[in-house]
Design a protein around this ligand. Structure first.
Ligand SMILES: Cc1ncc(COP(=O)(O)O)c(C=O)c1O
Length: 396
């Protein structure tokens, strides 16, 4: 049987990480995979996470299963972090949250929920988007289409074209929006643009599906939720897929959440019952550890303050690298304006480098980036910035 199985192509981003690991060059630079690195090139465990883990090790009394949608302490903390604890959607009990293994599982559970309950719906993705988005929805049998997003000429948002395309989506469709720190471009709508997107979706009868994988990596925890809150008007329904891989540095613990906001409390009960049915048939119930760490931190005033400081330090490092990169390219005499990199948010930017230039950087300089020219700014370090900029200059 298995002899007929063809070899699947390597994952565009994780495959790059494997190639990087194998490269023997001691001066290699990894701007590929979307993982935060500190100034020494390591992906650290936050001190607040270590402390929460110490407490959990002491107090955990059972390894019994969690409920299908996770522990209430976790799901309530997630809702408060998304909307603010006294938001109308929470107090009117129209929000339901499920703890999922990472943001990826939140997306897959939403895809299965959409396929089962809205079989005619299409999910609209930004062009470009995270390469796993189309794979996840297609694997669940949900049709996907794309709407314009990136304007190569200005290295900014193609907002008029975005809005025009969203003005054409069918009633009942879902529109996937990156809550902040758009991956791969680093370009987010302004709050006013979010309002216009919200009005357009409402006019079309389409529902927002917000992928929120970087809350706190852009401007701040509440600032980064501004787009989400612009969409979430009274009576509006939406889905949010959270990931705590980046903002808590909990990548391998697989911790995320799917939050559904329904029209009213009675609808929310039915929606949550369907989401739980999807989860039960998929991974049954979530792994506990990562969610327990997040709930412990968010539920303790001092630990939460410590985590917020650590999150701010990660954000400041990324923004610092953006400025240093732009200044260093200029100082190296690179004949191209890269100042747009400083205006973008989160770990990623589209560098504008071509596929061939990306390949040359890899082959001749051991500098790894995604073929689209996406760079992970959090992979940059002051110690290697000079070498990086000289290499980029040589391929331009
Ligand atoms: C836009 C986007 N969504 C979702 C995810 C999934 O995150 P997780 O690792 O928590 O599954 C990522 C991770 O890279 C991402 O960049």
């Amino acid at each position: 049987m298995f002899q007929s199985v063809p070899l699947a192509p390597p994952d565009a981003i994780l495959g790059l990480a494997e190639a990087f690991a194998k490269d023997p060059n001691p001066a290699k630079i990894n701007l590929g995979i979307g993982v935060f690195c500190d100034e020494t090139g390591k992906t650290p465990i936050l001190a607040s996470v270590k402390e929460a883990e110490r407490r959990l090790l002491e107090t955990e009394a059972s390894k019994g299963y969690l409920p299908i949608d996770g522990s209430p302490a976790y799901t309530q903390a997630v809702q408060a972090m998304l909307f603010g604890a006294d938001h109308e959607a929470i107090t009117s009990r129209r929000v339901s949250t499920s703890h999922t293994p990472g943001g990826t599982a939140a997306l897959r559970v939403s895809a299965d929920f959409i396929r089962k309950n809205f079989p005619k719906a299409t999910v609209w993705l930004s062009d470009p988007t995270w390469p796993n988005h189309p794979q996840i929805f297609e694997a669940a049998g949900v049709p996907v289409k794309v709407y314009p997003y990136f304007d190569a000429a200005s290295n900014g948002l193609a907002f008029e074209r975005t809005l025009a395309a969203l003005g054409q989506v069918a009633a009942g469709d879902f529109v996937l929006l990156h809550g902040c720190c758009h991956n791969p471009t680093g370009i987010d709508p302004t709050v006013e643009q979010w309002r216009q997107i919200a009005a357009t979706l409402a006019a079309r009868g389409a529902t927002a599906l917000i992928d929120f994988a970087y809350q706190g990596f852009g401007r701040g925890l509440t600032e980064d939720a501004a787009g989400l809150l612009a969409i979430l008007q009274p009576g509006v329904e939406l889905l949010v897929c959270s990931s705590f891989s980046k903002n808590f540095g909990l990548y391998k613990e697989r911790v995320g959440a799917l939050t559904a906001v329904s029209k009213d409390a009675e609808t929310a009960t039915r929606v949550q019952s369907q989401i739980k049915a999807v989860i039960r048939a998929n991974y049954s119930n979530p792994p506990s550890h990562g969610g327990a760490v997040v709930a412990t931190i968010l539920g303790d005033t001092a630990l939460r303050a410590q985590w917020e400081q650590e999150l701010a330090a990660m954000r400041d490092r990324i923004n610092g690298m953006r400025s240093l990169f732009v200044a260093s390219l200029k100082a190296a005499g690179v004949p191209r304006d890269f100042s747009f990199i400083e205006r973008q948010l989160g770990m990623f930017s589209f560098s504008g480098l071509t596929k061939d230039q990306v390949q040359t950087l890899r082959d001749q300089h051991a500098i790894y980036m995604v073929g689209s020219g996406r760079i992970n700014v959090a992979g940059m370090r002051p110690a290697t910035m000079g070498r990086l900029c000289e290499a980029i200059k040589s391929v331009l």
